[in-house]
Ligand binder design. Structure first.
Ligand SMILES: [Ca+2]
Length: 350
C-alpha cells in the first residue's frame, strides 16, 4: 500500500514536471523589444514579427539613433506596416541617465528609417516603457526575454525602480558593446556609448542570463547586394521596405569602402530565435563610465580572474589570482551565412 502511494506520488510529480516543461518547449518565447528605431532596429522588429519562435509582448522605445518622439513614431509605423496594432508600443526615457543624447540621422536617414515614408495607424500605449517592462515581467514571471537593441536607459530605469524583476526575467539578449574596439571611436560601441551609466547597471543587475551580441559578431553579418536582390524579387510591403532599407544602408557602407552592411540589431533578434547561430564565452563585463578615451567601452575579463594585490608596507605584493564571476555570455563568433539566410527567408515575400 505504502509502495503504491509512493508510485502514485512519483507519477503525479512526473506529470506536473512535464506540464511545466512542455509549454516552454513548444510555446513561442515572450519577448519585449526595447528599441531606438532606427534602420536596423526596423529590420529586427520585422524579423521578430514574422517569426513563430517569438511572441512580441511589447515594444518599448528608448532615445538613441533618433529622439524619443521620433523613435516612438517610427515604432508605431513599423507596427502599422506589420499590421500589428495589437502590440503595445510605449515610449520611455526621454534622454540618457546622465548625459546628452547623441542621435544618428547620419547613419539612419533624417527620419531614422532610411528616409522612407510609412503611414501610421497604430496608437502609442500610454504606459511609461520601464513601467510596462516591470508590469509584464511580473505578469509572466520567468518567461520574458528582454531584447534591448538600443541604449540601455529603459532597462536600467526598470531594474532601478523595481529590482525584484531581475530574477523574474528569463534572459536578456542585447545588442551592444564590443571586445575588439568600437564603432563610435576606438573603444566604444554606439548603444553603450549613448548611455554607459545605464549599461553598467544592466550588466551588473544580476540577470540569470545576459547575452551580449556586440560588434564582434555584428560586423561579420553583412547584408549584401545578393540578399537585397532576393528581397526585391519578392513582392510584399514588408519585404519591399526591408529591401529599400537594405539599399540605403548598402549605399552608405559603400561610401566607406564596405561591400555589405552589418545587421547588428537583427542579429540580436536572430540569437533570440536561434541561440545556436552564435558561439558565446562567459565573461565578466563592466562598462567604463569615466575613462578619458574609453567611456562606454565594455571591458571584458576573458579569464575571469584578477590579481590579488595586498599592501605590504610601502608597496603592493601580488599574492595570487582571485576568480570573478562572469555576468555575460559574450558572442565571439557567428554563423553569418546561416543567419542572413534566416533573415531573408523570414521577410521574403512578406
Ligand atoms: Ca538600435
Amino acid at each position: 500500500m505504502k509502495l503504491l502511494v509512493i508510485r502514485v506520488l512519483l507519477l503525479l510529480l512526473a506529470v506536473a514536471t512535464f506540464a511545466r516543461w512542455a509549454p516552454s518547449q513548444t510555446a513561442p518565447k515572450k519577448v519585449i523589444i526595447d528599441t531606438d528605431p532606427g534602420t536596423d532596429d526596423a529590420l529586427a522588429i520585422l524579423l521578430a514579427l514574422n517569426s513563430p519562435e517569438v511572441q512580441v509582448e511589447a515594444i518599448t522605445v528608448v532615445p538613441g539613433n533618433v529622439t524619443a518622439q521620433m523613435g516612438l513614431d517610427n515604432a508605431l509605423k513599423l507596427a502599422t506596416l506589420a499590421n500589428r496594432c495589437d502590440i503595445p508600443v510605449a515610449g520611455g526615457a526621454q534622454h540618457p541617465l546622465a548625459q546628452k543624447l547623441v542621435t544618428a540621422e547620419f547613419w539612419h536617414g533624417k527620419n531614422g528609417l532610411a528616409n522612407i515614408e510609412l503611414p501610421t495607424r497604430c496608437h502609442a500605449d500610454p504606459r511609461f516603457g520601464p513601467d510596462l517592462i516591470i508590469e509584464l515581467v511580473h505578469k509572466f514571471p520567468h518567461q520574458i526575454t528582454l531584447v534591448p537593441v538600443g541604449p540601455l536607459t529603459n532597462i536600467a530605469l526598470a531594474v532601478s525602480k523595481d529590482p525584484s524583476i531581475v530574477p523574474l526575467v528569463k534572459e536578456v539578449i542585447l545588442m551592444g558593446g564590443s571586445i575588439s574596439g568600437g564603432n563610435v571611436n576606438a573603444a566604444a560601441e554606439a548603444n553603450i556609448y549613448n548611455d554607459p551609466d545605464a549599461a553598467q547597471i544592466v550588466f551588473n543587475a544580476g540577470f540569470a542570463s545576459l547575452t551580449m551580441v556586440g560588434l564582434d559578431v555584428g560586423n561579420k553579418t553583412l547584408l549584401t547586394d545578393r540578399q537585397i536582390a532576393q528581397l526585391e524579387a519578392a513582392p510584399g510591403p514588408m519585404s519591399h521596405f526591408v529591401a529599400q532599407v537594405g539599399r540605403f544602408l548598402l549605399e552608405l557602407s559603400r561610401r566607406f569602402g564596405e561591400t555589405g552592411t552589418p545587421m547588428y540589431d537583427p542579429l540580436a533578434m536572430g540569437v533570440t530565435l536561434d541561440p545556436t547561430l552564435v558561439t558565446t564565452q562567459a565573461m565578466r563585463v563592466d562598462v567604463e563610465t569615466r575613462g578619458q578615451f574609453t567611456r562606454g567601452e565594455t571591458v571584458a575579463n576573458r579569464t575571469n580572474t584578477v590579481e590579488r594585490n595586498v599592501l605590504r608596507g610601502d608597496r603592493y605584493v601580488i599574492e595570487g589570482m582571485d576568480k570573478v564571476t562572469p555576468n555575460a555570455k559574450v558572442c565571439v563568433d557567428v554563423q553569418a551565412q546561416r543567419f542572413l539566410d534566416l533573415l531573408v527567408s523570414r521577410l521574403h515575400g512578406k
